[in-house]
Design a protein around this ligand. Sequence first.
Ligand code: 5GP
Length: 125
Amino acid sequence: MAVDATQAYDDQNIFARILRGEIPARKVYEDDWALAFHDINPQAPTHVLVIPKGAYVSWDDFSEHASEAEIAGFVRAVGHVARDAGLVAPGYRLLANTGTDSHQEVPHLHVHVFAGRPLGPMLVR
Ligand code: 5GP
């Protein structure tokens, strides 16, 4: 079911459980601010999710309530993930679904990193 971007944070969401180590994930990067792991249902040859360690429902919640350090740390972590995977030269796409119309499914902010083939048009028309 799609996430209402205005809902309160649910600490039982699947990514909160991955952060706590209660559910396994194929990790690719971790620092003080962020964790990155492979999507369980990849939609491109490379499909990594980067999540902040703080409890934020969505991009909206994060951009309004996170500290400057959390925001800087998270944005830099996304960059690290892409560079470490060699994605800069071939190119990659970032996506952060937010709320109902975007079909956000997991109510913990995540940025999708897609790469590994020409990714086609930005959206289905
Ligand atoms: P959203 O639609 O919220 O932007 O994307 C959620 C993503 O999380 C989907 O691409 C889905 O495949 C992925 N996902 C859902 N549950 C799990 C899980 O337990 N582990 C991992 N690694 N990915 C998950």
